[in-house]
Design a protein around this ligand. Structure first.
Ligand code: FAD
Length: 474
């Protein structure tokens, strides 16, 4: 019998449920397939850095599958519709008896899989899908009245209770099959999609690199995380998001590694703070399944549709390029544009700035982030943006508006992070780094740095008015 593993957002051999299931029968001929869909990626605004990251991880995956005797086939077509046609044809060609794949939860991906299963069913190919990219399947953590939680804290509590009852297990990488290793006949070619080099010292490709980073983080840094996670000048977070987003690493591997080092982590031990972030990841994915309109960028809170967003190309550009005149915002945007990654505190600050200081539609920011992020993930990105814009479930209330200057003072006191990304401010003393133009004026200096494009106090008032008008119109 021939078993096909259709790889998508699960680019690993360790703890891969579909791959493990396909390999369970040691007699089966196991093959794998990856289908690139550049047009679809374009529609989903996939960042060129993420495309390059996928490409590199695929090459390494191809090698580790070959060592185990599993060939990785590759095909490129335009979009999901075309990928179904190809999959069906491929199954016929290769006389596939059973297809194994891990679920993706976004709306287009789910529709594609339903269609693919229908077509393959007609050809008597048995299809098996797995809830692999989550600790617990969507719909398995619900309120007493069997609905999805709309507030995070009770979701997290119920989630932890479920984990206490039973932990999801990790699956070993498959053993080498008969005839292994096999030679690689054709290396995965470059995608016909804009790819952009990423910093390989920060995001080295491959499972081994990801696991090394996880092991290192889980030893000590996870304990310091509650005190350090909000300070962007410190390397205090795991930086594992890029791997989790494309499935080079699984959340189960993260959970088990942390529990190995800190067995009390689920009992509110220090390491729990980090596990709780993984639960935020689950929350947004579970929400997306319960409320698929989120995938279509609809706001969760209906009245926020009425907010009269400003169209201001110049402001949008200044935000994108890190030229707003607010140093913490600008340094953060330059980090994003350079690395394809931004610290979580800064994602909150920059998102709040776009929406609440510039009154620009959060979907503009959501799209721009997606186009830049190496860890771009629809559920987490949409969740983060709707949180910041006060349009989402369990979001910041609309009247809570970050002051970008005091946020900077609070989380980057001496401006160490700002200096790293805004060399044009190197002359400005620590005490003035958050308001460099005030310092420049006082000292008669000329800075190659813009004055604030909006006055926060006025902008705040304008935004409050816009939200209040929208609410009363509903
Ligand atoms: P750590 O702090 O080490 O957290 C560990 C892991 O938990 C992360 O790798 C991530 O998988 C998950 N996680 C952490 N915080 C969140 C969160 N708030 N929501 C969901 N999952 C979380 N995360 C993405 O993975 N992709 C995105 O596209 C994305 N867009 C965001 C947009 C905005 C506006 C905001 C406010 C947040 C966004 N996040 C996104 C969440 C978060 O900022 C990143 O996951 C985090 O900064 C990644 O760095 P890390 O791996 O060092 O995180």
């Amino acid at each position: 019998t021939t078993h096909l593993v259709w790889l998508r957002n699960d680019l690993r051999i360790n703890d891969n449920m579909a791959l493990a299931a396909a390999c369970r029968d040691s007699q089966a001929n196991v093959i794998a397939l990856f289908i690139a869909t550049p047009q679809q990626w374009q529609q989903h605004h996939m960042a060129p850095k993420q495309a390059a990251f996928i490409q590199q991880n695929l090459l390494l995956l191809q090698a580790s599958l070959a060592e185990r005797g599993i060939p990785l086939h590759y095909h490129q077509c335009d979009d999901f519709a075309a990928s179904i046609d190809y999959l069906v044809e491929f199954c016929q060609q290769q006389q596939v008896d059973a297809l194994f794949y891990n679920y993706q939860y976004e709306i287009n991906e789910r529709e594609r899989d339903v269609q693919a299963e229908k077509r393959l069913d007609a050809q008597s190919v048995i299809c098996q899908g797995f809830d692999d990219s989550l600790l617990l399947p969507p719909g398995s953590v619900q309120t007493g009245s069997n609905t999805m939680f709309k507030v995070f804290t009770p979701f997290s509590r119920a989630f932890v209770r479920r984990l206490h009852q039973s932990l999801p297990e990790c699956y070993h990488a498959p053993k080498a099959r008969d005839g292994a290793p096999i030679s690689i006949k054709k290396k995965i070619p470059a995608f016909d999609y804009p790819c952009e080099a990423f910093d390989e010292t920060v995001f080295p490709a491959g499972e081994e690199a990801a696991l090394k980073q996880l092991r290192h983080f889980a030893k000590q840094a996870v304990q310091d995380y509650p005190d350090q996670r909000d300070l962007p000048a410190i390397d205090g977070t795991s930086r594992l998001s890029a791997y989790l987003a494309i499935g080079v690493l699984s959340p189960r591997q993260c959970l088990h590694r942390v529990l190995k080092e800190h067995p009390d982590a689920l009992n509110e031990g220090k390491a729990f703070t980090w596990l709780n972030e993984l639960i935020w990841r689950e929350f947004y994915r579970h929400l997306m399944v319960a409320f698929p309109a989120l995938c279509k960028h609809q706001p969760f809170v209906d009245w926020t549709r009425n907010v009269d967003w400003q169209q201001n190309e110049a402001h949008l550009k200044a935000w994108q390029q890190g030229k707003t005149g607010y140093p913490i915002v600008d340094a953060a945007m330059r980090q994003l544009n350079t690395l394809g990654w931004m610290h979580n505190r800064l994602r909150m600050i920059t998102a709040s700035f776009l929406v609440k200081d510039l009154l620009i539609d959060w979907r503009e920011g959501e799209r721009y982030f997606m186009q830049q992020l190496i860890d771009g993930d629809l559920a987490a990105n949409n969740g983060g943006w709707q949180w910041a814009a006060s349009t989402g479930t369990d979001a910041a209330p609309y009247f809570r508006i970050f002051n970008p200057t005091t946020q900077g003072e609070r989380f980057d006191k001496q401006g160490a992070f700002i200096r790293e990304w805004l060399p044009e401010l190197k002359e400005v003393p620590d005490s003035d780094i958050h308001q460099p133009q005030v310092w420049a004026q006082k000292n008669n200096k000329k800075l190659d740095y813009p004055a604030p494009i909006v006055e926060h106090k006025d902008a705040r008032k304008k935004t409050l008015d816009a939200f209040e008008r929208a609410r009363s119109a509903a």
